[in-house]
Design a protein around this ligand. Structure first.
Ligand code: SF4
Length: 258
């Protein structure tokens, strides 16, 4: 079987057909309405419904693009290897929606585990950052290596999963997972997605991003609801901030029981 017949191998970037662009046009219209809407926070019903609609349209856009290219994502429930990558670029409004889902849908013990994992990840990243900065300063100016590349490679060696991944390898917030997770697909054997394999040179995964105008609208919404700078730890920091009250309540409850 050559690569053209194998639905799991992407030997060239996916072409977005006109049939998928129709869904993309609707995504843009939906996002424009969200930009215009008067919602004061992303948990307002009007915003939630509009954003859910945009996500459903993205599913159609992705499915139509894969089908037109005769490709098939090999991602399956329980895999979760891509969840060992460092999740960046999560929009501020997505973090608030995710935190609300955690508070209202997950059992307290799981919430506790998530907040603890967020704290440990942030501490591990800060620690690595200091080590990398020190080593990098010693190498300058001879090296052209990007320090963020070294930082991420070092973090991957710790083999820490996303704090939202369950021990069974499932996303605990799957229905509200961020766009950055939705756009990433494996078009090869899933084992290729493990961070240790991701730089082996083969094009085996695919990111089907939204196009420029849609991303600009998402950025506008992100800035409108942004509560802090966030940076590369935005998801973890945001979850901790949003769950702060909940966490304290849970601690008080368990102390009372014991
Ligand atoms: S949010 Fe969910 S899908 Fe995204 S990396 Fe975390 S566990 Fe994986």
């Amino acid at each position: 079987m050559n690569n053209n017949e194998n639905p799991y191998i992407a030997d060239e970037p996916l072409k977005v057909p006109d049939s998928a662009m129709r869904f993309h046009k609707n995504i843009i219209e939906t996002l424009r309405e969200l930009v215009k809407c008067s919602a004061s926070n992303p948990l307002d019903k009007e915003f939630r419904l509009g954003f859910e609609k945009a996500l459903l349209l993205y599913d159609d856009y992705q499915r139509e693009t894969l089908s037109a290219n005769k490709k098939q994502a090999s991602c399956a429930k329980g895999c979760g290897l891509c969840c060992y990558h460092w999740v960046e670029d999560v929009n501020s409004f997505e973090i608030q929606i995710i935190a609300d889902y955690i508070k209202t849908q997950l059992p307290p013990r799981q919430v506790k585990n998530i907040t603890e994992a967020c704290r440990k990840d942030i501490a591990a990243m800060e620690n690595l950052e200091k080590i990398v900065d020190k080593k990098f300063a010693a190498l300058k100016p001879q090296t052209q290596i990007d320090p963020s590349f070294i930082l991420l490679s070092s973090f991957y060696q710790l083999e820490r999963p996303c704090p939202l991944l369950t021990p069974a390898g499932e996303c605990s917030i799957y229905t509200v997972r961020p766009i950055t997770c939705r756009i990433y697909m494996s078009l090869a054997e899933p084992i290729r997605c493990a961070p240790s394999n991701i730089n082996d040179g083969e094009v085996v995964t695919c990111v089907l991003d939204l196009q420029e105008e849609a991303n600009a609208l998402l950025d506008e919404l992100h800035l409108r609801f942004r509560r802090n700078e966030g940076g590369s730890s935005a998801l973890r920091l945001g979850i901790l901030e949003e769950l702060d009250d909940y966490d304290i309540e849970f601690t008080a409850k368990t102390e009372h029981i014991s």
